[in-house]
Structure formats: C-alpha cells, structure tokens
Design a protein around this ligand. Structure first.
Ligand code: PRP
Length: 206
C-alpha cells in the first residue's frame, strides 16, 4: 500500500483533479461526505485528507509515503523529506504587505504579524532588520489596519483581500506552489511504486 496525504480544502480539490487525470482516483472521494480515509485496493493506494499545514508532518514521520504541500508550508516547517515535483497549482506568492503608503524608516524594531514566523524571521534576518514577530492564525490583514503590527508576511493570490482592505504589497519574498513530497525511507523501500505515481503526475503538469 502507498499512503498519500492530500491537503483538504481549496487546494485539495485541485490536487485531487491532478491525481485523477494521472489515473489515480477514488469514487468515494468525490461524494459529499466527511470521510477522511479512502482505499483503492486495485491500485494499492490509500488516500487521506489532512489539514494542509499538517501534510509535511505526516510525510516526514512516515504516516504517509507521499503528500502534497504548499511550498509555504515546506519553507515554514522545513521537514526532512524529498521534494520531487512542482505541481504548478495553488500558485501564489509570499509577500510583505502593509497599509497603503507605509514606509519602513528602519528607526525602530519592525512589528511583523504572520502565520509564517520562520519564513518571516529568515527573511528579515537576511536583511539584517530587527523585528518583533506577532504570530497570528488567520485574517492576518487585520493586523496593520488595527495597529497591531507595522507589516504582515502573508500569501497573496489574486490580491483581492489586500485591495479590499486598502493594503498593498511592499515586497515579494518568494513564489509559492504545491509540491509533491515523499518520505525518505519510503522512497528507498517503495521506490518502484512511488516513481510510477510521480511519473504519471509529471505528465499532467503544465
Ligand atoms: C489566504 C491568505 C490571504 C488570502 C489571499 O487566506 O492568508 O488572506 O488567502 O488571497 P487573495 O490574494 O486571492 O485575496 P485564507 O483564505 O487561507 O484564510 P486565512 O485568513 O485563515 O489565512
């Protein structure tokens, strides 16, 4: 059996479509239900829906052989896994943003609100800029509006959330997309099966 951790939610639907196009599908996954685990006995594959930010944990620890995770999560968690394929979906960018007209004078510690504390720390440390990190879990855009922070480090996809809240991008840190990741031991011991899946997916990547 090959265990595959898929991110549930918005990205998960796109990821499932890619797997399906590659010949890996499971009818019960397409039904509206709350099930989390699905088995395709014929192909010897088991899929499970995982919270997107947890996929790399399942794969790193071997509870899943393969998974799909956003590059944002990989940069943040730095899991010890192999990243084998850019699926070219879930594309967005990790940015620094703030209220329109904000300028960092560099005179005092910069207050940075984000879900991605590791990414933000590394980015500002590469600039030699002192920061005070404020860890949030969602609706990050509120922070600079309410004066909780000077800037945010967050994902920007269409830019609508920023625009509708009078915020703007100051810097792009890194482009993001969904990546196929593999457990290191699984890649050694189930190489043939895993390679077959990776090659089929590769054909579906534009
Ligand atoms: C993400 C991200 C931004 C938004 C960007 O949030 O954190 O808020 O999407 O998308 P846009 O540029 O297309 O507007 P998400 O919807 O995942 O919710 P969150 O507030 O819980 O992070």
């Amino acid at each position: 059996m090959i265990n595959i951790a898929l991110p549930k939610g918005r990205l998960g639907d796109k990821v499932y479509d890619k797997f399906k196009a590659a010949g890996y599908s499971c009818e019960t996954m397409e039904e509206k239900n709350r099930k989390l685990i699905f088995t395709d006995e014929e192909k010897g594959v088991k899929y499970f829906w995982v919270k997107p930010s947890d996929v790399s944990i399942y794969v790193e620890r071997g509870a899943a052989d393969i998974g799909v995770a956003g590059k944002d999560i990989l940069l943040e968690n730095e899991p010890d896994i192999y990243e084998l394929l850019d699926l070219n979906i879930g594309k967005c960018r990790m940015c620094v943003a703030s209220v329109k007209g904000f300028e960092d004078t560099g005179k005092r510690t910069l207050k940075v609100a984000t879900k991605f504390t590791n990414v933000a720390r590394k980015y500002y440390s590469s600039l030699g800029r002192d920061i005070d990190i404020i860890k949030l879990n969602g609706s990050i855009e509120l922070a600079p509006i309410l004066g909780l922070s000077d800037v945010i480090v967050d994902l920007v996809e269409t830019g609508t959330t920023l625009k509708e809240n009078n915020l703007e991008v100051l810097e792009t840190i890194v482009p993001i997309s969904a990546r196929l990741i593999v457990n290191k031991a699984s890649f050694k011991f189930k190489k043939k099966e895993i390679t077959r899946i990776v090659e089929s997916l590769k054909e579906q990547v534009e």
